[in-house]
Design a protein around this ligand. Structure first.
Ligand code: GAR
Length: 228
């Protein structure tokens, strides 16, 4: 009896809320991995701070509940963050996934989800925090560029890394071609990180990332791609 209930408890899918602001291609990668039976998660809601974005259509097409909280309708960041927290918590998530969610979140918010919120950022952090990362990598004459999945902390794009994928920068690249190559990697490593978490293999402990019981180096698991 006890064994049965323990077993069924461990089979409970991880409840995931995804926050978006735009096209939702990373959301789509998670949806596709779920449909392929590769992720032991349930996508319980997609929340956007913008109406009329493609990501919401992707969610609706996959029968995932959606909500829009337009930041422009709130007096200040505190009020928006509080409303967003309440909305997220109404879905009782185990994990919150920022997938192209382009709002700065205050410390009260990030602390509330400490150890259970991921972000994906299009650079090899700690390089190029913030915006326009592809152009900045080109301007800096980098040989490689890439993407990082990390736990979210109060420091913008500064939480402990989980996994990084790098791609070569090649002659003739512009920000668009480089972004495309990086995004192909995003769609591989985001489902991978979510899978590790859902399988109970990934934790944030004292500001560091632990995977399968081992502390990871500061840059997380490294994936190198020579895909052009
Ligand atoms: C992704 O490239 C993601 O890395 C980036 O926004 C894009 C969203 O694309 N995130 C950031 O810049 C966060 N600082 P998507 O909506 O198609 O997933």
């Amino acid at each position: 009896m006890i064994q049965t209930s323990l077993k069924s408890a461990s089979l409970k899918p991880t409840r995931v809320v995804v926050l978006i602001s735009g096209s939702g291609s990373n959301l789509q990668a998670l949806i596709d991995s779920c449909h392929a039976g590769e992720l032991p998660i349930e996508l319980v809601a997609v929340i956007s701070n913008r109406a009329d974005v493609l990501g919401l259509t992707r969610a609706q097409d996959a029968n995932i509940p959606t909500a829009v909280l337009d930041h422009k309708n709130f007096a200040d960041r505190e009020t928006f963050d509080r409303a967003l927290m309440q909305k997220i918590d109404s879905y009782q998530p185990d994990l919150v996934v920022l997938a192209g969610f382009m709002r700065i979140l205050l410390a009260t918010f990030t602390q509330h989800y400490e150890g259970r919120m991921f972000n994906i950022h299009p650079s090899l952090l700690p390089k190029f925090q913030g915006l326009h990362t592809h152009q900045r990598a080109l301007d800096a004459g980098e040989k490689h560029h890439g993407v990082t999945v990390h736990f979210v902390t109060a420091e913008l794009d500064g939480g402990p890394a989980i996994v990084q994928a790098s791609v070569p920068i090649v002659a003739g690249d512009d920000a668009k071609s480089l972004a495309k190559r990086v995004q192909q990697q995003e769609h591989i490593i985001y489902p991978l990180a979510v899978k590790w978490f859902a399988e109970g293999k990934l934790k944030m402990i004292e500001g560091k990332t632990q995977l399968k019981g081992e502390l990871l180096p500061a840059a997380g698991v490294q994936i190198h791609s020579d895909t052009l």
